[in-house]
Each structure stands twice: as C-alpha cells, then as structure tokens.
Ligand binder design. Structure first.
Ligand SMILES: N[C@@H](CCC(=O)N[C@@H](CS)C(=O)NCC(=O)O)C(=O)O
Length: 218
C-alpha cells in the first residue's frame, strides 16, 4: 500500500494532491523535487512522467500524473472518510466542473503570470503584459464570486476547493514577493471569506509550501 508523491514546494498542482492525501489520512512519502537542482531532467523522472512535470504519484507500482486525474484516483481508491467528491451525482458533476474550470481558466492565466514573472529576469519583464494577465485573473475570479455556492466553492468542502485555493495562493505569493508589480484586489468579498476560511484549515496549514512564510494565525 505504499504511496509516493513526487512534488515541488509551491506547485499548486502538487499541493492539491498533498491536500487530498492529508484530508483522507492516507500514508505517503513526500519526494520534493528541485527544479534548479535538475531533478526534472533526470531519465528516472522522465520515466515516471514524460512531460517532466509534478505531481506524480506511485502507488504499489502504479504511476499516475496530472493532478486532477490523481484526485479522482484517490477518491476512488479510498472511498471512506472525508470525501473529495459528493456521492450525489449532480453535486459531483458540479464539483468536477469547478475543478475543470479552475484548471482551464484561472490556472491558465496564472501560468502566464508565472512565465512573465518567475521565468523572466526583472529587466526583461513587460509591465503591460503583466497588467493584462493580472486583469485576466481578476476577471476570472470575479466570475467565481458569482459561482461560489456556500461556505465552500460547490457548497460543501470538495476537490474544487483544494484545486482553486493553491492556484490563488500562488498568485498572492507572486504579488507579495514583487511589491508594486500588480495592483488591484484579486478577490471579491465572498471569495475573500472563502479564501480566509480555507487558509485557516489545519489541513491547509500543515501542508503550506515549506519554503513559503507560514500564514499568520488569525
Ligand atoms: N496539468 C498538470 C500541470 C503540472 C505542472 O505544470 N506542474 C509544474 C509545477 S507547478 C511543473 O512540474 N513544471 C515543471 C516544468 O515546467 O519544467 C497537472 O495538473 O498536474
């Protein structure tokens, strides 16, 4: 029953899977890869994921990458305990839709920001491009402001929350680390309450990316 999670500190996709494992109380070994250290370029890692991306899980010899698929695998393999997806067919469909929406729209914009800031040296950054990406992220989250259905995104806590939360957290991290780079609030009032609720969860606190400053205790 051995499960290994290959991830990278701060990866929103890896964090999602880490959250799922912790939520379900599944024993696992965490292997934290270093991008700068060349861990993604080894033949051993390419054998696990030919796309050379994290997260990847190994479970009793079975290898799976793509975080949304991994969440489904975890939910199906460990159906007991706290649920990632509702047992109600239509509610589950909404949760899956939200996972898809977070990845298809918000994460796509976030990846543009990562590219424009993380992978671009400060002297080559284009402020107009960064402004446009930030505006795209804000516009997308304005839509989520109307999509949220209760205390959690789909109403009750679900895979949707552990998908969108790490993505937004990375957006905040980039903004905090680069004062003056972006302007304008990312979250409306309903999403801000949800974000604070998520950030306060013991589950989230104990999986906080190790190289980030831990969130203040409210
Ligand atoms: N769609 C993939 C995205 C995975 C992904 O992009 N992971 C990033 C870390 S956040 C990565 O491994 N990047 C390595 C690279 O680009 O070389 C998933 O959901 O698992």
């Amino acid at each position: 029953m051995a499960l290994t999670l290959h991830t990278m500190s701060g990866s929103p996709y890896g964090w999602r899977v880490w959250l799922a494992l912790e939520l379900k109380g599944i024993p696992y070994e965490l292997r934290t890869l270093s991008w700068e250290g060349g861990d993604f370029r080894t033949p051993g890692f390419a054998a696990l994921n030919p796309r050379r991306r994290v997260p990847v899980i190994e479970h009793d010899g079975f290898v799976l990458y793509e975080s949304a698929a991994i969440l489904e695998y975890i939910a199906d393999t460990w159906p007991d305990g706290p649920a990632l997806f509702s047992s109600d067919l239509r509610q589950r469909a909404i949760e899956r839709r939200m996972v898809r929406e977070a990845d298809q729209y918000f994460a796509a914009a976030l990846e543009h920001l990562v590219e424009a800031v993380f992978y671009t040296p400060p002297e080559k950054r284009e402020q107009a491009r960064i402004d446009a990406i930030w505006a795209e992220m804000r516009e997308e989250l304005a839509l989520w402001e109307s999509l949220i259905r209760g205390d959690f995104l789909a109403g009750g806590f679900s895979a949707a929350d552990i998908t969108l939360f790490p993505e937004i957290a990375l957006g905040f991290r980039i903004a905090e680390r680069n004062p003056g780079l972006v302007t304008g609030e990312l979250l409306g009032p309903r999403l801000a309450s949800w974000y604070a609720r998520m950030r306060a969860l013991p589950l989230v606190r104990r999986t906080w990316p190790p190289h980030w400053v831990p969130p203040a205790l409210e």
